[in-house]
Design a protein around this ligand. Structure first.
Ligand SMILES: NC(=O)c1ccc[n+]([C@@H]2O[C@H](COP(=O)([O-])OP(=O)(O)OC[C@H]3O[C@@H](n4cnc5c(N)ncnc54)[C@H](OP(=O)(O)O)[C@@H]3O)[C@@H](O)[C@H]2O)c1
Length: 352
């Protein structure tokens, strides 16, 4: 099979290095270019600091950084751009790349709320991928985003609950330091501390969650009409966002019904069997003190889908109220792994 050439923008960062790890030996995609800030141009990947264990795979170590220049990527026959750039940098470069025919899979927030750009989490909303048809008027390529890392974990955990009819949701997230990238927060700020505010995080979670779980009809998305409230809190863990979820359903239910829905949840056929699709997207852990970032952050099988599932524990049900704790890997499921899975779905749908 002819592999599709791809580039990673922001390849020195924590998300970028997860992309490199996931692209090692990928069955569909071949890494053809890496880019970061101007100061890296011409330097070899091997000279960079490895922030993520295995984030500088030996097979890519001799690659040199290109400047971020769409024309160079086009000359290198790159078709896919995996973007791990800060939003203010991504805004121009992603648009230009899409205009010139590249397919952009982005982690940046720049275009998430654009009405023609899907926030794709394949297990949750695979039909939304067709929203890219609306981009054809102005671009030869397209932009597909993934959600903010907390929202991704939440939306995945809702998979077995959505069919039961959600009315209202109150969540509190306990988010790891790596969510702020490298070097992130100062040790003085976060060591032995908890910070009850993450800039822009709560509005992003509210808006993105409703868009992701909305219905795609007549070429547009009708957002979910749930009432949602959120507190997003930074805690001194390294990887893994834990969320306490409190849901009010439309109708009364029973503990065993919800538990069975979670345990029996099956990946939609449209997404099953892709290289990075987890066999089971939502995994219930019975132990009363789990999930924990230390033990459960890499949950998911097969090997390529480690960190792509979300863990749920501590389920409680009382009439219309459903409560649980969920944990997801912000750098894999919430970032690089999510984008790679989105590109795999596009590959299956012959969108390159
Ligand atoms: N961390 C997460 O959990 C997470 C989850 C979901 C989404 N995201 C989003 O993913 C993106 C990357 O996040 P991250 O956590 O990986 O951040 P990071 O560790 O700070 O990495 C940022 C990357 O962008 C590059 N960069 C910065 N300024 C640039 C410029 N002016 N021109 C070109 N390249 C530039 C950096 O290159 P240099 O090293 O050369 O400066 C680095 O490679 C952000 O938009 C973030 O919001 C992050």
């Amino acid at each position: 099979m002819q592999k599709v050439k791809c580039a990673v923008l922001g390849a020195t960062g924590v998300v970028g290095q997860h992309f490199l790890k996931l692209l090692k030996g990928h069955p569909y995609f071949e890494l053809a270019a890496i880019c970061a800030s101007d100061a890296r141009t011409g330097k070899k990947l091997a000279e960079m600091k490895e922030h993520v264990k295995g984030g500088i795979p030996a097979e890519f170590a001799d690659m040199s950084f290109d400047p971020i220049d769409v024309d160079i990527l086009v000359k290198k026959n790159v078709q896919i751009v995996f973007s791990a750039l800060p939003a203010d940098v991504a805004v121009d470069i992603e648009k230009e790349a899409a205009r010139k025919g590249l397919k952009v899979f982005s982690n940046a927030s720049s275009y998430r709320m654009d009405e023609n750009v899907p926030i794709l989490i394949p297990e949750v909303n695979f039909p939304h991928i067709d929203l890219i048809n609306n981009q054809k008027k102005e671009s030869k390529g397209y932009i597909i985003t993934n959600a903010n890392c907390t929202t991704t974990g939440l939306a995945m955990a809702l998979l077995p609950i959505i069919p039961m009819g959600i009315k209202k949701m109150v969540v509190a997230s306990y988010q790891a330091i790596s969510g702020a990238g490298y070097p992130g927060l100062s040790a003085m700020d976060i060591n032995g501390n908890v910070i009850p505010y993450i800039k822009n995080e709560e509005p992003k979670l509210l808006a993105e969650c409703k868009k992701i779980c909305g219905i795609f009809e007549n070429g547009q998305i009708k957002p979910a009409d749930w009432e949602v409230h959120a507190h997003c809190i930074r805690v001194p863990t390294i990887v893994g966002h834990l969320i306490s979820v409190h849901i009010e359903l439309e109708n009364e239910t029973h503990y065993n019904t919800v538990l069975e829905n979670i345990k029996n949840y099956k990946t939609p056929e449209a997404v099953a069997g892709l290289p990075t699709t987890p066999d089971q997207p939502v995994i219930y852990i019975d132990d009363v003190d789990r999930p924990q970032p230390r033990y459960d952050v890499n949950i998911g099988t097969p090997k390529r889908a480690k960190g792509m599932a979300v863990a749920i524990g501590r389920l409680e049900v009382d009439k219309k109220i459903v409560r649980f704790i969920t944990l997801s890997n912000n750098l894999v499921r919430g970032a690089a792994g999510g984008s790679v899975l989105n590109a795999e779905l596009a590959f299956r749908k012959n969108m390159f």
